[in-house]
Design a protein around this ligand. Structure first.
Ligand code: ARG
Length: 466
């Protein structure tokens, strides 16, 4: 049996009104279309609120029990899609309360003692967001694991490193992948720092606090908050926690989008560094040969919308006077969308990384283009011929020019030709500019030398996967 909520005529606040809202107003005002998601969090908070009211002798224990049982019934109804939602009842908070009153009668009308929808919505949104952010943190961890597994597998494979997307210096593929492990690590640290928002707004009521002798610590504690917000005006006006989450999602997306861009480049036949699993690719309706990296492109594309969500709510919040204004209802769609999209794209990226096949042979082959070890040559002149770096840079530039004219790579130049440029050059120079020597020499902390990278993999596993 569907409930009777749709027969209701009056809004819960309709006492001082002689007319009902126009349909246009009702539709504009309604958030039920999207804030249904908050139902579990709202009911959890309401149960603890009612229990606290009873413990403080504001309502009777039997009334609190009746309210709790009624709320659990409402929760079952919503869970089983039995609840009828309608715009006249505005939002999830009002729906739940109205339905509670229908089920248990006038005792249900006591639930809203010593609270307002203003502290109620802030509380429910915080509880919901807290749980969802935990899921995001777990997905970030899973992505780090997928990247670390690939890094371990490819610990000896060399690829060209780029700046300006021009060949720059050789690096280990594992080193490149670890860069992303670090990025997603910073995202997780941002997640950890969200704990400073884990303070309860409940009990701030509309804006000024309440006349009842409530126990805010009790409800905060039971709802898993670490404490209470200590200014009622701030508590009902604060959406910093949502802004921080939107910022976190935006940063995650910048990292996901850059990784996607690389996957797109690497999978293009001009590079051919990777083969993407069919599971994360699609074909063309006309060109039978095509295999497109759509998952990566969609992640890159969705980053626009996530940054849009961030900009949207920052713009909404910037000029609002204290305390609550209805503008703040605009926090929900960006928050819900950013969280859902972040979870789905993290899952897609995890799948892509787990199934991607790197092609080390092709990566190494491309290392022969673009004089990747020219800097190692310049360093050799500094170390072995005692030159200053500026002069050695110039000299190496001349050698690169000669190699380019002859169509040769640096190490294919003859010793005879090199000696013409500087007679002190020995064959040791040619050994010093091999790919392997170049990589092995990058021993500075954070550099790409294999010993460093192996150590960083261990440290990262220790730090992020425990
Ligand atoms: N649905 C509203 C929101 O999300 C709840 C708060 C309503 N408060 C009010 N004073 N009308 O912001």
């Amino acid at each position: 049996m569907k409930n009777k909520i749709n027969k209701r005529k009056k809004n819960l606040w309709a006492g001082r009104f002689s007319e009902t809202p126009s349909e246009i107003m009702s539709d504009l005002n309604a958030s039920i279309g999207f804030d249904k998601k908050l139902y579990e969090a709202d009911i959890k908070a309401s149960i603890h609120h009612a229990e606290m009211l009873a413990n403080q002798n504001i309502i009777k224990k039997s009334e609190s029990k009746k309210i709790k049982d009624g709320l659990l019934k409402v929760r079952e109804e919503i869970k089983n899609n039995k609840m009828i939602f309608k715009n006249d009842l505005e939002d999830i908070h009002t729906h739940i309360e109205a339905r509670l009153i229908e089920i248990i009668g006038s005792t249900g009308k006591k639930l809203h003692t010593a609270r307002s929808r203003n502290d109620q919505v802030a509380t429910a949104t915080k509880i919901w967001a807290r749980e969802e952010c935990k899921n995001i943190n777990n997905l970030l961890k899973k992505l780090q694991k997928a990247l670390l597994d690939k890094a371990t597998l490819h610990i000896n494979d060399i690829m060209p490193g780029f700046t300006h997307l021009q060949p720059a210096q050789p690096v280990l593929l594992a080193h490149h992948l670890l860069a992303y492990v670090n990025m997603f690590g910073r995202d997780r640290e941002s997640y950890f720092s969200l704990s400073r928002h884990n303070l309860s707004p409940l009990g701030s009521a509309a804006l000024a606090g309440t006349n009842y002798n409530i126990n805010r610590e009790e409800t905060a504690n039971k709802m898993g908050f670490e404490g209470i917000m200590r200014n009622s005006l701030d508590a009902v006006s604060d959406r910093d926690f949502v802004l921080d989450i939107l910022n976190l999602c935006s940063l995650i997306f910048i990292h996901l989008s850059r990784l996607s861009e690389e996957i797109i480049i690497w999978s293009s036949p001009g590079f051919n560094f990777v083969t993407l699993s069919d599971k994360y690719s699609t074909g063309s309706s006309i060109m039978p040969q095509k295999k497109n990296p759509d998952a990566a492109e969609l992640i890159r594309g969705k980053s626009g919308r996530i940054i849009g969500n961030y900009v949207a709510l920052f713009t909404v919040m910037k000029g609002l006077p204290l305390a609550y204004s209805k503008d703040m209802q605009e926090d929900k769609e960006p928050l819900f969308d950013s969280i859902e999209t972040t979870k789905s794209c993290l899952n897609a990226m995890i799948g892509m990384i787990e199934t991607i096949k790197f092609i080390p042979k092709e990566m190494k082959l491309m290392c022969s283009i673009g004089f990747l070890t020219a800097t190692d040559m310049a360093d050799w002149f500094v170390k072995e011929l005692n030159m200053n770096f500026r002069d050695s840079h110039k000299l190496t530039g001349k050698i690169v020019k000669i190699a380019e004219e002859k169509g040769l790579s640096l190490e294919k130049l003859s010793l005879k030709d090199l000696k013409k440029i500087n007679p002190k050059i020995s064959k040791n120079l040619l050994a010093a500019i091999s790919l392997e020597r170049s990589i092995n020499s990058k021993t500075s902390i954070g550099g790409t030398a294999p010993l460093n990278v192996k150590k960083e993999i261990l440290l990262a596993k220790e730090k992020w996967l425990k």
